[in-house]
Design a protein around this ligand. Sequence first.
Ligand code: UD1
Ligand code: PEP
Length: 428
Amino acid sequence: MDKLMVEGGHALSGQVHISGAKNSAVALIPAAILADSPVTIDNLPLISDVEVLEDLLTHIGADVELAGESITVDPRSVTPMPLPNGKVKKLRASYYMMGAMLGKFKKAEIGLPGGCNLGPRPIDQHIKGFEALGAFVSNEQGSIYLHANELTGARIYLDVVSVGATINIMLAAVKAKGRTVIENAAKEPEIIDVATILSSMGAVIKGAGTDVIRIEGKDELKGCAHTIIPDRIEAGTYMIAAATMGSEVTIENIIPNHLESLTAKLQEMGVDVLVKDDAIVVRSNDHLKGVDIKTLVHPGFPTDLQQPVTSLLAKAKGTSIITDTIYNARFKHIDELRRMGADIKIEGRSAMVNGGLKLEGARVKASDLRAGAALVIAGLLADGVTEITGLHHIDRGYEALEDKLIGLGACLWREEMTDEEQDQLKSS
Ligand SMILES: CC(=O)N[C@H]1[C@@H](OP(=O)(O)OP(=O)(O)OC[C@H]2O[C@@H](n3ccc(=O)[nH]c3=O)[C@H](O)[C@@H]2O)O[C@H](CO)[C@@H](O)[C@@H]1O
Ligand SMILES: C=C(OP(=O)(O)O)C(=O)O
């Protein structure tokens, strides 16, 4: 088991290339089994969530071939084999195997998903959607059992705007008889990406990216080729790192309007942000001021950038309040930032950051993916060396994080943990 050592104080400059979106990739790979012939997906992020999904698809009989950042899934031998806990627990998005297998086979047996521990993450809206399409759903001993005699299109109003439920219902509904309408649907760019691949397979989907999505089910879907959109959260993480430590950093291979809410907040703080066609240039300075931020569904400020941006707010002078309206317990990074000298208090769903204090390197633990990103950014800023454990969380969602940061001039490296350190980590 490794820990990440980050030596702070090095300015960042240069270009960083952004990978394909994790939250698209993890839906597109399960979607591939809906086709009757091979599906090729390009711009694949090389992250552990993707590796686990490849294993899950292989386990159910798909022929999966990887070539660099391209994956080809031949779904012709796939069977509705149960996917119990184990690998399924390693990521959140294994829940997309429910929608995809229900659509394909009218049955599925899948362990409850894992993913970042951000407080309660129910899947009641996914289940409500599957039931509306005609599935019988039960939850026994940590697994969800789904089966349907027939899937029939339905009108489904989501009580909570949910990315996962919207996509999962789309995956099942493309194979249902007749029309499905999802109301109060999520509008994140990854939903449009899923609609695009399903449309390339021959599905008819209208309204993805708005809060009403209409789907005409099809008996057969064909193979296709698809390129994943850039990862707006990875891009946002590098924008925040650049705003924290950058002289001039260009974030390349992105769709800038996916990042408007972050761009606006950075500008409000006094960061110079130049938006180009497929890149953003971030120039920082030492006179940043604190701002208030509220996370919202897209196109609002993404909850997945709430933790990384907290490290930047710790640098900015004055008080900032950051409120997470999506997850009320997404604050496990705060204790660790405090260990590094940050002055942050939590009140309900908000963190109050008294910024402008010096941070010192410390031993800290990443409790989840974006907490890890927050600690790396704090480590870049802090005096001395920060030791970060819990790297498996970071590896779920950031391709080549160290290489990309080293390319910008940061100083960081992995070291193997001693047996004693591993024991301490397990008992903490
Ligand atoms: C793999 C993936 O794409 N993960 C993203 C996805 O997670 P995920 O799809 O799990 O998040 P949702 O959009 O579903 O969750 C939004 C909110 O709705 C609640 N909820 C959700 C479903 C449900 O059935 N019932 C319910 O109450 C959740 O607890 C949460 O408070 O969107 C989140 C919100 O943008 C992001 O943080 C995650 O990075
Ligand atoms: C919360 C996240 O991921 P997941 O939903 O996969 O746990 C994230 O990407 O920040």
